[in-house]
Ligand binder design. Sequence first.
Ligand SMILES: Cc1ncc(COP(=O)(O)O)c(C=O)c1O
Length: 411
Amino acid sequence: MEISPSGSFWWEREDLSYHGNSLFLAGRDLEQIAQELGTPLFVYSAQRVRQNITRIRTALDKTGIPFSLFYAMKANRFTPLLTFLKSTGLCGIDACSPEEVLHARSCGFDANEISYTACSVSPADLAVVLRQKGILINCDSISMIRKIGEVCPGMEIGIRLNPSMGVGYGSVSVLRYSGDKTSKFGIYAEQLDEALSTARKYNLSVVRIHFHTGCGYLSSQLDAWNKIIGTCLDMAKGIDKLREVNLGGGLGLPHTSLDKPMDLDAWAAVIASNFSGRGLAVQVEPGDYIAKDGGVLLLTVNTVETKKNTTFAGVNGGFNLAVEPFYYSLPCEPLVCTLRGDIADVFAADAQKSYSICGNINEALDVWMENKSMPEIREGDTLAMINAGGYASAMSSNHCMRGVFRECLLP
Ligand SMILES: Cc1ncc(COP(=O)(O)O)c(C=O)c1O
């Protein structure tokens, strides 16, 4: 890991940095929290999450376009985090299953603060969702429009469009939800007439379009995102009661030193250029951008051993606790929580060693990072995996019966 000429690390920020030898998040010494609560431990900063939302809201405010922000709780549904978000009043919730809807309700969100966009929806799913009076519903198939029409004729709905284009982090194809390959998400252009006539048959008013075409896009991909918006607005030309457009989530954040942070003003300018003066309200539903860099996963180093020419540092959690580095090429940078010496000394190029950081799951892919230059690691050390606030605990599994972990929200 390199310190930049300005003396900082790429991931460093005011609330996440070394103070002396110790790594701090939100004013708290992470090693100390690990000692007190044990590992594996997810630690989230409520204030960082709030700042992430505020940054998005500020950029959107400047456009003058009416907007609503829904936090995609699939990124992180930790109850204290959701109740904190409710208390800020800064966002509603994007939910994708009946259980998510009910969890959001139990955390204090009213039905009309919840937007529901799901796939492969069953009548039983809809029975739960339609009981929530005022919830916003986006249909991602003609089947779903028909099912709603049969039980709730006359209601207002949104429809999820599939523009056959997608944008997501780098070139990771599994992070694109739409594109050359036909996907399950949303209604394609050639299905639109049938979708709208099905809605008419049941007197359903289509007041909203929705599209979410991928996850993790950054500023350099805003042109592609702009084309997606234009294509979806073209697709929606025949929808006469259209009054709002849900632009989905997908806003990305840096995962490596090569990534630049999303330029939110440039992002909002794309929205302004498409919506100014159109009389349409805009909705956004980011998850990752809000939650991910607010959290770290603290793990204990169980083993350090050199095999052939590779030194493995084996930690007490693997892809069962954070699948993204392993499946989606979205790495979590590992940081040593307590340095053994002055920061400049331990990060000097000749003081660092190369490690393969591995989990404790019996599968070959359970490698957090290979050939990682880091200050010396010893057994018993605590590592912090950064960017673990989104799609980590929420996607965790009990594989190898190692699914036990704790979560903690810092105020
Ligand atoms: C419909 C929908 N909206 C929002 C999101 C949130 O995406 P992200 O966390 O990348 O912002 C997702 C993620 O899969 C999604 O499917």
